[in-house]
Design a protein around this ligand. Structure first.
Ligand code: PRP
Ligand code: URA
Ligand code: MG
Length: 209
């Protein structure tokens, strides 16, 4: 597995704004979507192209290239992953959406699944899993396990912020999965929150804090 920590100035600027404790729900939501979009640009670098001939403005043929297959499914992990969905689908408008519902039991820190609905032909698609936070890694590993059980062979992960502990666990469980993130942060605190992190991303996106 490789971890891509994206140092693009726009990503780093917007991440800095996201970390501010006094940010409004509206601004947090907007910035989360914008960073998600920028990370999607990076995560889709490896998509395959094919040659495609078109007729140009003067009727002459032009050799162009287009995405080959376009087979992608975006997988938001509920709830907080929904805060990234629009940013991601702005760049991948034809992608199918597969949804995984999980919450983290705040005492055991274990993921508790409560919903899933996958694209029918998920075996043929690149799955891009989105969640703002990769903390212990439990929620992400549970999601990648579900995708793998359903025959998904190619998976990428986009998270706004990741903890080293979570990255190490995902790497062990799913060594072929690449992770794209705006930051690998310092550590987890005693409650399993990422430091410096963003706080509770789901609460911030939904305004339930
Ligand atoms: O890496 P982990 O230790 O599993 O923690 C990360 C998970 O915790 C948060 O979700 P939460 O459980 O708060 O659910 P929510 O999105 O409904 O708020 C976050 O959005 C991740 O899904
Ligand atoms: O830092 C964290 C860890 C888990 N979930 C969050 O929303 N934030
Ligand atoms: Mg939450």
């Amino acid at each position: 597995m490789s971890v891509h920590a994206i140092n693009h100035p726009l990503v780093q600027h917007k991440l800095g704004l996201l970390r501010d404790a006094h940010l409004s729900t509206k601004s947090f939501r907007e910035l989360a979507g914008e960073v998600a979009k920028l990370l999607t640009y990076e995560a889709t670098q490896g998509l395959m192209l094919e040659d495609h001939e078109i007729r140009g403005w003067n009727g002459e043929p032009i050799a162009t290239r287009r995405l080959k297959g376009k087979k992608v499914t975006v997988v938001p992990i509920l709830r907080a992953g929904l805060g990234m969905l629009e940013g991601v689908t702005d760049l991948l408008p034809s992608a199918r959406i597969s949804v995984v519902g999980l919450y983290r039991n705040e005492e055991t820190l274990e993921p508790v699944p409560y919903f899933d609905k996958f694209a029918n032909d998920i075996q043929e698609r690149l799955a891009i899993v989105i969640d703002p936070m990769l903390a212990t890694g439990g929620s992400m590993i549970a999601t990648l396990d579900m995708l793998r059980e359903r025959g998904c062979r190619r998976m990428k992960v986009i998270v706004l912020v990741a903890a080293p502990e979570g990255i190490a666990r995902v790497e062990k469980a799913h060594p072929d999965v690449e992770i794209y993130t705006a930051s690998v942060d310092e550590r987890l605190d005693e409650n399993g929150y990422i430091v410096p992190g963003l706080g509770d991303a789901g609460d911030k996106i939904f305004g339930t804090r």
